[in-house]
Design a protein around this ligand. Structure first.
Ligand SMILES: [Fe+2]
Length: 336
């Protein structure tokens, strides 16, 4: 595999030295583009407008000195790699150059080998940095993929739990699926992003997962529930939250849906009696989708309703059970 080459900028006010440096760098197989400037001002302009990997600069120059140039470049790009050339071998100048962020130095008079040695050393470091960056990017990608895989297999196992619920409460799976479809339609029209819609669909699909913790004699009871039994049913949002929390702690929208899909806009819902816009938006959306499917297909306690009755129910409960703005949008969807 061909090794990566780098772009160099040489800054030197003595034309003869500049020419020699140019000729030496041209010999190096690691040099790609070679730029040169006779003063600091031009050098800084070239640096800003080109992709320069290494700057080789003299220290003693008119207008902007090499020391000032290092500072300017380092302010502009803290990761810049700069090699200084000092004619005087002044320890103070070199110390300041290093303090200003120079990576290495070469003393005048220099030999060809000294220049090539310094060039190779800086290139070794650049290659190491490049490999490190590449490694970090591939690591981040691998972690992201593993997380995605884990989340999707977790989602699959949750859907398997829904299947077990289906065995007990025949309509659960179909209901979850329908709620996800209506919630997606409402979310789309309400302006949700693609990512938000993904969370909305996942939350709507899993919204009743907590019913796994409700005993059969209550969950499947035919007829009216006793008050105590209803209190037990009302636990399912928090049971669902408990099931999902360990895995979906950073997907707050799914947790909001599972926890609050039975809250009411007027504050009379459960489990917390949240009111109005205090109920998370995602839960307000699923509340409408949930009610729509329950009315359309009926439940253990109620028969299916016709379209006109459903519409009337939504209008009557707008601002009571449901967010009025979302009801308005949802009616425009089902009427259209
Ligand atoms: Fe529910």
């Amino acid at each position: 595999m061909q090794k990566k080459k780098y772009n160099f900028l040489i800054v030197e006010d003595e034309i003869s030295v500049l020419k020699v440096l140019n000729d030496i760098l041209k010999l190096s197989p690691v040099v790609n583009m070679l730029y040169s400037a006779e003063n600091g001002e031009d050098a800084f302009e070239i640096y800003k407008t080109n992709e320069i990997d290494v700057v080789v600069t003299d220290i003693m120059m008119p207008k902007i000195t090499g020391l000032e140039l290092i500072k300017k470049i380092k302010d502009y790009n803290p990761e810049a790699h700069i090699i200084v050339i000092s004619a005087y071998g002044s320890v103070e100048n070199l110390k300041e150059a290093i303090r200003n962020g120079a990576y290495d130095y070469i003393l005048k008079p220099f030999t060809v080998d000294e220049i090539l040695f310094a060039i190779n050393r800086v290139v070794d470091k650049l290659r190491l940095l490049y490999e490190k960056k590449k490694y970090i990017i591939s690591l981040e990608k691998a972690v992201k993929e593993a997380k995605k895989e884990l989340e999707s297999s977790f989602y699959d196992s949750l859907k398997a739990i829904l299947n077990t619920l289906e065995v007990r409460d025949v309509k659960t799976l179909e209901h979850s699926h329908n709620v996800a479809i209506y919630a997606e339609k409402l979310g789309k029209k309400a302006g949700f992003s693609k990512k938000e819609l993904d969370s909305l669909i996942m939350g709507a699909t899993l919204h009743d997962i907590g019913k796994i913790g409700i005993p059969d004699n209550i969950l499947l009871k035919n007829g009216k529930l006793e008050e105590m039994e209803y209190e037990i049913i009302k636990r399912h949002p928090l049971i669902g939250r408990k099931i999902l929390l360990p895995m979906l702690a950073n997907n707050s929208h799914v947790l909001e849906i599972v926890s609050y899909h039975h809250e009411r806009f007027d504050g009379d819902g459960y489990p917390e009696g949240l009111k109005g816009l205090k109920i998370p938006l995602f839960a307000r959306v699923v509340s409408i989708a949930n009610a729509y499917d329950r009315m359309l297909n009926g439940t253990l306690y109620s028969s299916p309703k016709d379209f006109e009755s459903i519409k009337k129910d939504f209008i009557f409960n707008s601002g009571k059970q449901f967010d009025p703005e979302l009801v308005r949008i949802f009616l425009s969807i089902i009427e259209g």
